[in-house]
Design a protein around this ligand. Structure first.
Ligand SMILES: [Zn+2]
Length: 137
């Protein structure tokens, strides 16, 4: 008889099951980004998975909150044009000097910048470039 290998999680923890395929993908991403992650204080694989999930939940929340008010009209490599239904005008967010900048608000931490980071394809591009979301209020 072979044991299943299932180990009860510690008190205050839960286990989840993912496919080998996804596990390997996450593990590989963790190994590849180990140094950058360590700078963010993430030193373990489970810490990395938790961090990714928290980020994703936060992005979904921002996206859902903004979605009726803001929508992306064009997404380019270093320029995102948004329709702002709050001010009823166009807001242009650009990538310059390694930072995301809103030309409408002349700001690095406005609602438009926050929204841009919640668009999955934009977030991935920015993340690949090592650009982090600013701490928004
Ligand atoms: Zn703005």
């Amino acid at each position: 008889m072979v044991h299943s290998g299932y180990v009860m999680p510690k008190e205050g923890f839960k286990s989840i099951t993912i496919s080998d395929y996804n596990y390997e993908r996450f593990k590989e991403a963790f190994q590849t980004n180990k140094q950058a992650l360590a700078r963010k204080g993430i030193n373990s694989f489970s810490g990395y998975v938790t961090y990714m999930l928290e980020e994703a939940v936060e992005r979904d929340r921002t996206f859902a909150r903004c979605a009726p008010k803001l929508e992306a009209l064009f997404v380019e490599e270093d320029r995102i044009v948004l329709q702002d239904n709050i001010h009823n005008r166009i807001a242009e967010v650009v990538l310059q000097q390694g930072e995301v900048f809103c030309l409408f608000c002349e700001s690095k931490d406005c609602v438009h910048v926050g929204y841009v980071f919640s668009i999955p394809e934009v977030y991935r591009t920015l993340d690949n470039k090592g650009i982090n979301k600013p701490d928004l209020p």
